[in-house]
Design a protein around this ligand. Structure first.
Ligand code: UDP
Length: 416
């Protein structure tokens, strides 16, 4: 093994990194884990991503890329379960992982866990293996609850105290935390009293080979879209995404001829929410201008971003928000609320607008501004794309590697 090579056990207990993107529990975090694992692998490190078997047809081991594998472990029944139900299966998950590790004589230099459930699993492994444990929460329960109050979620849908308390103790137990934005770092400190020195800020990335500028007319032909003005929403169908506000915003824009909103994301468990949004569009008499396209494969999304005139992200909360980066990498401007990374990636007036909240009239005003811009050719799209070139996954993986080495250097007593 080359001295510089890191052997990383990546934990993603509840969400499979090759799961169906855009469904209830599978979104940006899965993209992150898959991309960062593959990129670390390309850079010569060895990465095993551990997740729970959620389908009896799952093979145990998948090669993700050179040096990066996905390993399915038995924990509870081999079927989809709700996130919180996984809590009681975590001891099984950790036990299966340790069995697999021993049977295959594997050793790891560090653990990189994702989401609080995996971070909790990681705290057992860090004790057994005597290796540092880096974690990334992707969302914080305490922050979600402050926002849930604003969107008046039914009490049963709030993040449980179990999550909040566990996250609070995890920030002290783990050796290092990666936050995707300064804002998220501050939230760790404010809500959980995490120590600032323990937290580094490393943004998420975008696959610049996959998300690129295409000919808009060709992209539209490929998708069978005609010459309508197209606004795009991409994401999980979740109250926190503010899709209802975007539909309301559309009703302020009736004067724009042939304006259509395409909503991408969904899956079986989102059917109820989609029906509610359809009803809202119907009540506002704009049902013919809103199309719910359901899940679209990540590989197909560049056609949609390229076909669109604007991508809108009306979220109440994003830990980071990959969609903005994907859209900009395809040269399509963005209107987004001031959450996650939006302020740092969108250049006002040049690549879109960031607004303070998702009030429909504010969204509508900025969407109208984008739709009226004169230069929408491939050259202007390339200029938009150039603004996010630093967010390649190779850059992000290098930053994560630097963090890993620092954490290893700071914990010389932990030897693998
Ligand atoms: N996505 C997808 N197909 C869909 C809906 C979403 O591939 O039908 C992807 C989208 O391209 C993005 C991710 O799911 O990469 C959502 O990530 P984001 O950070 O925007 O939101 P999160 O899911 O983390 O809230």
């Amino acid at each position: 093994m080359p001295a510089s090579q890191l052997r990383v056990a990546m934990l993603s207990a509840h969400s499979c990194p090759v799961g169906k993107l855009g469904t209830k529990d599978t979104g940006g975090m899965s993209v992150y884990i898959r991309e960062i694992a593959c990129e670390l692998g390309k850079q010569g490190h060895l990465v095993d991503v551990y997740t729970r078997v959620h389908d009896p047809k799952d093979r145990q081991i998948y090669e993700l890329n050179q040096n990066a594998r996905l390993i399915h472990l038995k924990a509870g029944e081999d079927e989809e379960i709700r996130k919180l139900a996984l809590y009681s299966h975590l001891p099984d998950f950790v036990g299966s992982l340790e069995d697999f590790r021993k049977q295959n004589a594997l050793r790891y230099d560090l653990i990189f866990s994702h989401y609080w459930l995996s971070a909790l699993a990681g705290t057992y492994l860090q004790e057994w293996w005597h290796v540092p444990h880096i974690t990334m929460f992707h969302t914080l329960g305490a922050v979600k609850n402050t926002i849930n109050e604003k969107v008046s979620l039914p009490p049963g849908d709030a993040e449980p105290e179990l999550r909040i308390e566990t996250e609070r103790s995890l920030v002290h137990k783990c050796h290092h935390i990666v936050a995707p934005t300064e804002r998220e770092k501050e939230a760790f400190i404010r809500h959980y009293r995490a120590s600032s020195e323990k937290i580094s800020v490393v943004p998420c990335g975008v696959n610049l080979e996959q998300f690129k500028v295409l000919d808009k007319a060709q992209a539209r032909r490929y998708l069978g879209l005609d010459n309508d003005m197209i606004i795009l929403f991409v994401g999980r169908i979740d109250r926190l995404k503010g899709i209802d506000k975007l539909i309301e915003a559309l009703s302020y824009l009736r004067h724009i001829p042939r304006l259509r909103l395409l909503v991408i994301g969904g899956g079986e468990r989102s059917q109820h929410e989609i029906e509610q949004l359809q009803e809202l569009a119907f009540n506002l008499r704009i049902q013919d201008s809103v199309a719910f396209l359901g899940l679209v494969k990540h590989e197909q999304l560049p056609y949609f971003y390229n076909a669109a005139d604007a991508c809108v992200i009306p979220s109440y909360y994003e830990s980071f928000g990959l969609v903005a980066l994907e859209s900009l990498a395809c040269g399509t401007p963005v209107v987004a609320t001031d959450v996650g990374n939006h302020k740092s990636v969108v250049r006002p007036g040049k690549t879109g607008y960031v607004i303070r909240d998702n009030a429909p009239h504010r969204l509508a005003q900025k969407i109208a501004l984008l739709l009226s811009r004169p230069d929408t050719d491939t050259r202007s799209a390339q200029l938009i794309r150039a603004t996010v070139s630093e967010f390649s996954w190779s850059n992000i993986a290098e930053a994560i590697t630097r963090d890993c080495r620092l954490v290893l250097a700071n914990h010389p007593n932990l030897v693998s």
